[in-house]
Write a protein that binds this ligand. Structure first.
Ligand SMILES: Cc1ncc(C[n+]2csc(CCOP(=O)(O)OP(=O)(O)O)c2C)c(N)n1
Ligand SMILES: [Mg+2]
Length: 403
């Protein structure tokens, strides 16, 4: 199939250009006014259900979350590039921040454990974790194998988890996470709970059998499952068209009889709205939803090869030549539609904050992240001797009886 891989998804200028849209939206909502008065009004109505219920606080919080993810990544990349003592690693999420943020802003992320919504993550977990509300200093410590990290230094990147916020954990295997998430969704349904299970998985998951069996079962059992497919166009160094015959992966999900939408993953409000509808459906007993977010990652598949300290994204040559799997102009084109810039523009255009306050918020977040790294990297390292702790049951284990 011929596909122009250099073209980012449709422009959102129509949705973002007018400075008075939010005011208009509130007015229209308040008066029940018919909306048919020109370009900005039309664009407003095109913002799907339920853009109008987003409070200013929620919008600012989402902007802050996007920035937290971004500055955590940039700081970690700089550590990898400049600090020979830094042990951490990551599959960077920069470029995709609006997806995790828009989805998790709809979820129950605090409160009693048995009421939390659960997020199952992938091998690219730090953005999902931050959006779900994990303690960032503890995650920073964890990723550098520190004993006081959120999982005692055992998890590093690939197995981070925090049950207190409903972050069920990262997963290094491509394929199974949706199946495991559907198990939780099944449990929620069986217990009569209104909790929701969300799984984030990449475009690469399409080719795994788990993609198909999960959607089939979720539909047949009406599970409160939200499958968020983060289509960043590549799995490792291969374009997704090499393993998926559909331009929109959502069209494959729709074949299982599931409501399936494709959204602009760079626009946090668009993602939020799609997720809001999905969460309402799942909590109300209406079953699963599939959301495909078109997005892009700014760094390489893994780590920081080709990146330069202090700069966003990986453009440079690296000895493994793995920076050359995609055209540089494609990366630059996607960076023109940066989720941070789009979120900031929404806030300013809608009159939620002015540009000066938006810049101040970014400085606050940068300081918060710098502090998180300062604390995290000053923590004691975990002991290699403890490596087998929590692997085998301790004490006496009764033999299991069958029959
Ligand atoms: C079962 C399995 N096979 C192969 C791999 C190696 N692997 C790690 S990430 C990845 C590609 C994932 O691509 P995608 O799902 O699109 O996620 P992205 O990295 O783009 O976020 C592969 C093949 C793996 N981790 N697990
Ligand atoms: Mg991918």
């Amino acid at each position: 199939m011929e596909r122009d891989v250099t073209t980012p998804p449709r422009e959102t200028e129509d949705q973002l250009a007018s400075p008075s849209r939010r005011g208009f939206l509130q007015l229209a909502a308040a008066t029940g006014a018919a909306v048919s008065v020109g370009r900005s009004a039309r664009a407003l109505t095109e913002l799907p259900y339920p853009a109008g219920d987003l409070s200013d606080e929620k919008l600012v919080e989402m902007y802050r979350t996007i920035l937290r993810i971004r500055w955590h990544e940039r700081t970690q990349a700089d550590q990898m590039l400049t600090n020979p003592d830094y042990r951490g690693y990551n599959h960077f999420y920069a470029g995709q921040e609006a997806v995790a943020t828009g989805v998790c802003a709809n979820l129950r992320n605090s409160g009693p454990r048995d009421q939390l919504d659960l997020v199952y993550s992938s091998h690219r977990p730090s953005g999902h974790a931050i959006a779900k509300g994990v303690d960032i200093p503890s995650m920073v410590a964890e990723m550098d194998f520190r004993a006081t990290g959120m999982n005692g230094g055992y998890a590093a990147e690939m197995h981070i988890a925090d049950p207190d916020v409903g972050f069920a954990g990262a997963d290094g295997m491509i394929g199974p996470a949706p199946v495991v998430a559907s198990g939780s969704a099944f449990a929620f349904r069986a217990r009569g709970s209104d909790q929701v299970a969300v799984v984030f998985a990449g475009d690469g998951n399409y080719a795994a059998p788990h993609f198909h069996s999960t959607l089939n079962n979720a539909k047949l059992l009406d599970l409160p499952l939200i499958y968020v497919c983060e289509n960043n166009l590549y799995h490792q160094y291969a374009h997704y068209s090499l393993s998926c015959p559909h331009e929109d992966i959502a069209s494959a999900a729709a074949a299982y009889g599931i409501p399936a939408v494709t959204v602009d993953g760079q626009n946090v409000v668009e993602v939020y709205n799609a997720a809001r509808e999905a969460v309402d459906r799942a909590r109300g007993g209406g079953g699963p939803t599939f959301i495909e977010a078109k997005t892009y990652r700014y760094y390489n598949h893994w780590g920081a090869p080709g990146a330069k300290a202090g700069e966003l994204g990986a453009f440079g040559y690296d000895p493994l030549a793995i920076t050359h799997f995609r055209p540089e102009k494609e990366l630059r084109a996607w960076m023109q539609r940066d989720p941070v810039d789009i979120a900031r523009k929404i806030l300013v255009d809608w009159g939620v904050v002015d540009s000066a306050r938006a810049a101040e918020i970014e400085e606050e977040v940068k300081a918060e992240i710098a502090e998180a790294f300062e604390w995290g990297l000053s923590q004691p390292l975990c002991n290699p001797e403890d490596g087998l702790k929590h692997v085998f049951a301790e004490g006496t284990v009764p033999a299991r009886q069958f029959g």
